[in-house]
Design a protein around this ligand. Structure first.
Ligand code: PLZ
Length: 443
């Protein structure tokens, strides 16, 4: 394993008040022309980013624990990604795989077939965003089974398009006022160990889901069952051991396509190439995006060849899906993940987070620390209870922002702070951010 190469100094260096005058000026211009529905959780206008830092328009170098929502796992300007993009963009920006195909698309599908869980023959379709990948997975499952109903876990996040809004649990801000939603979607009770009224096993949690689906929908009506192996926006919820294998076995028994959404937790983030590997499950279809594209928009549905191939030619795709520059970036990102052994780096990040944050759990308002690899979150509660405390999470995030650390909130109740850095963040920089977190969370 070789060490990451950085072109920006990996340091927190604040040279103006935060936000600085240039970021403030851009914010004022933005107010006039950018839709209010589009949010930005930090006030820094980025000019450069690399490894664990972002540099803003005023020259402040801040620590980034968000990685563009788990996208820039290799860093935001990893040398191989930059070189591949520069080379590809100078040759051709676009041709549309739907009209005139090119090698990069095929190369990415070969990597997906090789890297995703399952030793069976696999095929992929490339699209532009995570939501589009999830939509296509559902389309494929419906086509392959001739069934309509979709089972989806509670606390899920799958996107902001019409179908994926219906699949997403949280009303504010994702759904409120944007209905009506797509029909034939059934949200089943999932596994959220911290919030079980009494401890139950993963098998019991899965049986609860199965019994709900059998009584309210019927197994023979279900095209697919969809779940994130670690729920992301829902609060970095790791289901209890045995939960996913039990659901997978039930899906196999009833011809239900088992879909795992690894858009946030996939491609080394969890400390393995795919989070499914922790549970020993092999989804029929897997959706990937975010880190797959190395920072450029790229997403995929990958799965059993016979299921993916059920859709008629011309039924899948789009103008931009698998753009050649995005494919070049993806190949650079995947090479980098291997060369810098990013699964091992993700596991080291988990160890560093546990070392600093675990002692706080159960004290004050720190209720839980959970997750895997470089996908860890703290859930805040009212002290002495399990009542979620979103105000505390928001306050900790703002305190960190004021000090030049970007940390994102998440959770079905908005009560979590998540640690989601680039997997290339240097250990010392991560420790500095964690010390500031501990100070902010502890009081
Ligand atoms: N599935 C598991 O995490 C995107 C979006 C946050 P798109 N998550 C971050 C926000 O406020 O929009 C996500 C995900 C999982 C699907 C998606 C959707 O991916 O690329 O944003 O469409």
């Amino acid at each position: 394993m070789s060490d990451p190469i950085y072109h920006l100094p990996q340091e927190r260096r604040l040279v103006t008040e935060l936000p600085g005058p240039k970021s403030k000026e851009l914010a004022a211009r933005r107010d006039a022309v950018v839709a209010k529905g589009v949010s930005s959780s930090s006030p820094f206008y980025v000019t450069e980013a690399d490894g664990g830092v972002l540099v803003d328009a005023d020259g402040n170098s801040v620590i980034d624990l968000g990685a563009g929502i788990a996208v820039t796992s290799v860093g935001a300007s990893a040398p191989k990604v930059v070189a591949n993009v520069q080379e590809a963009v100078a040759r051709f920006t676009h041709s549309s795989f739907a009209t005139t195909p090119y090698q990069g698309y095929v190369d990415v599908c070969e990597r997906l077939a090789e890297l995703t869980p399952g030793s069976f023959a696999k095929k992929s379709v490339l699209v532009n965003s995570g939501a589009e990948a999830v939509e296509n997975a559902v389309k494929i499952a419906r086509h392959a089974t001739g069934r309509a109903a979709v089972a989806v876990a509670e606390n899920a996040f799958h996107g902001r398009t019409n179908l994926t809004m219906a699949l997403t649990s949280k009303a504010m801000p994702y759904k409120a006022g944007f209905g009506p939603f797509a029909p034939e979607i059934y949200h089943f009770p999932s596994s959220y160990p911290f919030r079980e009224p009494a401890p139950i096993t993963g098998e019991q949690a899965a049986q609860r889901a199965i019994s709900y689906l059998e009584t309210t929908v019927g197994a023979d009506k279900l095209a697919c069952l969809l779940q994130e192996p670690i729920q992301g926006e829902g609060g970095f919820i790791v289901p209890a051991e045995g939960y996913l294998p039990t659901l997978q076995a039930w899906c196999r028994e009833h011809g239900i396509v088992f879909i795992l959404d690894e858009i946030q937790c996939g491609f080394c983030r969890s400390g393995k190439w795919f989070a499914s590997e922790y549970d020993g499950v092999e989804p029929d279809l897997i959706t990937t995006a975010k880190a797959l594209g190395g920072g450029l928009p790229l997403a995929a549905v990958t799965g059993r060849a016979e299921i993916v191939d059920s859709a008629q030619t011309g039924g899948l795709g789009g103008t931009y899906g698998g753009n050649p520059v995005s494919c070049a970036a993806s190949l650079g990102a995947i090479d980098t993940m291997k060369e810098w052994d990013l699964p091992a780096r993700a596991r080291a990040i988990e160890a560093a987070i546990r070392a600093k944050v675990q002692p706080l759990v159960g004290t004050g308002s720190v209720g839980d620390l959970r997750g895997r690899g470089a996908m860890m979150a703290v859930e805040f509660v009212n002290p002495g209870t399990k009542d979620p405390d979103p105000a505390k999470a928001g306050q900790v995030a703002s305190t960190l922002l004021e000090q030049g650390v970007i940390a994102l909130t998440c959770g079905i109740y908005g009560s979590c702070i998540r640690f989601l850095p680039a997997l290339t963040i240097p250990a010392g920089l991560l420790d500095e951010a964690l010390d500031l977190f501990v100070e902010a969370a502890g009081n």
